[in-house]
Ligand binder design. Sequence first.
Ligand code: 10D
Ligand code: SF4
Length: 321
Amino acid sequence: MDGSHSPQVTSKAIKVILAQPRGFCAGVERAIDIVERALIKFGPPIYVRHEIVHNRHVVEDLRARGAVFVDELDEVPEGAMTVFSAHGVARKVEKAAAGRALPVIDATCPLVAKVHAEGRRYARQGREIVLIGHAGHAEVEGTIGQIDGKVYLVQTIEDAGSLTVQNPEKLSYITQTTLSVDDTRGIIAVLKDRFPAVVGPDVRDICYATQNRQEAVHHLAELVDLILVVGSKNSSNSNRLREIGAELGRPSYLIDDASHLQASWFEGIRTVGLTAGASAPEVLVKGVIEGLRQFGQLEIEMLAGTPEDVKFKLPAEVANV
Ligand code: 10D
Ligand code: SF4
């Protein structure tokens, strides 16, 4: 491909290497599909508690089509069709919806729900639970609120180093699905060192999509001078991709779309790595490629990466739309 049609093209050549896999995961595809199908089946407005996924463009697009995003259920009118976001909700939110007899479709990713179930299982075994994750994140609030019993939130190695628990012999841990695999391994190592009887899934709560996209950035960083991650500021998994690029010594930028590109980033840069978080649509990646043409003639290459064929079943309420 070349950019010979663009009047802004310079003679500089930039190689763009696309990470593989990148962009939408199966949980995000399913969550967006649920809202789209609910709009078709029930008609607007469809109320969505929290952003369905953490992507500005996805949210704006669905809003334009009749989705109404609310922070809390008390903003939902009586009887209105309500969708819970892919990040999951606390039990009290489910109960509040049931108490008001709101019709609900749950778009919680099955892999987030699996972590909820794992935490509940540990609680039934009489274990206290350490949740490794980020304070204030929707998934973390949902997971804590799905588990009866003591849950300690640990965000860093330092937190793990200073944690005190009631019974170290009955301790378990679970994790948020979108963490850095390397950081999480470090935190688990400290927990195991301090509480040898602790049980947990190692890093397997970090979902396949998160792990594959991180691995692809590791590979990308060996080949490029700079990394662009398409994703929104509040997207945990997208932030982790940018961080990994930076930790591997490559200037790395998290951008919502091509409008965020800055000319100064590309001075002296010959090779650009491009990836996208699990909530970022591919159309935005295409837009960024188009946007990059203003900085030079592009040569585009695609990395080989772990193939993904994960697909989750839709909830019964919208399965036959
Ligand atoms: O912030 P995040 O990475 O958890 O969410 P985002 O909506 O960006 O991506 C999908 C991931 C989900 C729903 C958590 F599993
Ligand atoms: Fe599910 Fe993983 Fe996607 Fe989160 S990032 S929605 S856990 S598949």
